[in-house]
Design a protein around this ligand. Sequence first.
Ligand code: TYD
Length: 197
Amino acid sequence: MFLSFEGVDGSGKTTQASLLAEALRADGREVVATREPGGTRLGEEVRELLLEGVEMSAWAETTLFAAARAELAERVIAPALAAGNDVVCDRYIDSSLAYQGIARGLGLERVLELNLTVTNGLLPDRTFLVLVDPGVAFERTKRSDRIELEGEAFHRAVDEAYRSLAEMFPERITTVDGNRPAEEVAEEIRGRLRELS
Ligand code: TYD
């Protein structure tokens, strides 16, 4: 099973991704946990360029995220799934749809098409979108990388974008209320997953 976690910076999705990976392992499943951008040697280098690097155009940014994703999909995710493992990914295609396609205004369809091309159409079986009050999330972020340094208006636009993606893809994206203690959110996610399988 391929599972991804999404949410704005400061939503707590990284904590939830690792709690779910741990819970699946405790059930005796083999889990490959990975993150975007990154998760491969090339991906980690591209991550540096994207997050610590120079200013860049929106399409340059989008294609670099896509390059890191292509590498991860082909070298890590697809082989793990083929070997019968579960994959838990902290961010995937929906991040590009929300941040680049919608919030940066490049167009959802074009960014989706690019990403489906470079991943050979590999989409998660289920995506958990952790929703929190965008003001609270913004306060929580360290504002330590190039994208986190965008203003609050951009992060609100990303939050809106995620909410509309959840409406567009209700059969794949499950929203969870992240304005609660992490363990409570994790319990809900495990319950939702049990309902699905
Ligand atoms: P992330 O690793 O989640 O940040 P951190 O671990 O520091 O909280 O993501 C890095 C940033 O990249 C984040 O601001 C979201 C952004 N991003 C995009 O804009 N598009 C993408 O496709 C991905 C994967 C991330």
